[in-house]
Ligand binder design. Structure first.
Ligand SMILES: Nc1ncnc2c1ncn2[C@@H]1O[C@H](COP(=O)(O)OP(=O)(O)O)[C@@H](O)[C@H]1O
Ligand SMILES: [Mg+2]
Length: 250
């Protein structure tokens, strides 16, 4: 069955790209044909480059990120500075085209759920149109309960009931870090996953060997914790047709 995860969050810099890259590496290592897209970038294409690396060359930078603007401000403003536009229709159509080619499609938004993404639309509108599973990333520190409840509240009920929450550990835990997940469960927030701090220089390959990371990614994606296929380096590119589909490999 095809799946689309839309990786959004309570804001910017919360770990959306780190999570998307981890998910792509985790799924590839399990033989799942996966696309990771960052349709709209502003302030450079660093996120898109990280996603491209995580896919081992399965997609070009322009396929991962067709809309990119120089200014490090909301994409819709950055686009207007360059007299360009980002209409919902073409963004939706681009993602749809790639969804057809891959078993799992990961789409990273920009900023948080309601941050303007394009002409009159935000991540909520795009993920609703895509009927994607919302993945809400948030920094696991004091204040996150309110940020998460507000974000979940803003989702249409049909999608809220499927939302996955990822609490990303900060470099230094604060007084609330250890208890946030428990408190959220008490408040009936389902599907909460916690990811550890991965160090100042994140190594995705090392992180994917970490049992706590694997457990969280397995629970989020509904995949096995242990991989059958070793990760390939970018030079040993796997294309979707090289990788057995989930259905055919059982
Ligand atoms: N679990 C983590 N361990 C270590 N560094 C992290 C972790 N999560 C995020 N970071 C770092 O925090 C910064 C922001 O993360 P990023 O994934 O780019 O956020 P976003 O995509 O939400 O803007 C990056 O420098 C990233 O490497
Ligand atoms: Mg990002």
């Amino acid at each position: 069955m095809k799946q689309t995860f839309f990786i959004t969050g309570t804001g910017t810099d919360v770990g959306k790209t780190v999570l998307t890259v981890l998910l792509a590496g985790f799924l590839r290592a399990r033989g799942v044909p996966v696309a990771a897209l960052k349709p709209v970038c502003s302030g450079g294409r660093d996120d898109a480059r990280k996603l491209q690396e995580s896919l081992g060359g399965a997609l070009t930078l322009d396929e991962i990120n067709p809309w990119h603007f120089r200014a490090a401000i909301a994409p819709v403003l950055a686009a207007s500075r360059e007299r360009k536009r980002v209409p919902l229709g073409p963004v939706f159509a681009h993602i749809r085209r790639l969804q057809k080619q891959f078993a799992v499609t990961l789409v990273e938004g920009a900023g948080g759920l309601l941050s303007p993404l394009g002409d009159g639309f935000d991540s909520r509108a795009l993920l609703t149109a895509l009927k994607a599973t919302p993945v809400i990333v948030a920094a696991n520190q004091l204040g996150v309960v309110n940020h998460l409840l507000l974000t979940l509240e803003a989702l249409p009920p049909r999608l809220r009931s499927r939302a996955q929450v990822v609490l990303m550990a900060p470099p230094k835990p604060d007084a609330a870090t250890a208890s946030n997940a428990r408190l959220l469960r008490q408040l009936a927030v389902p599907r909460i996953h916690t990811l550890p701090w991965l160090g100042a220089k994140v190594s995705i390959a090392a992180a994917l060997q970490n049992p706590a990371v694997r457990r969280a990614l397995a629970a989020l994606t509904g995949s096995p914790e242990n991989s059958r296929i070793p990760l390939t380096s970018p030079s040993q590119t796997q294309t979707p047709s090289d990788i057995p589909s989930r259905e055919s490999s059982g």
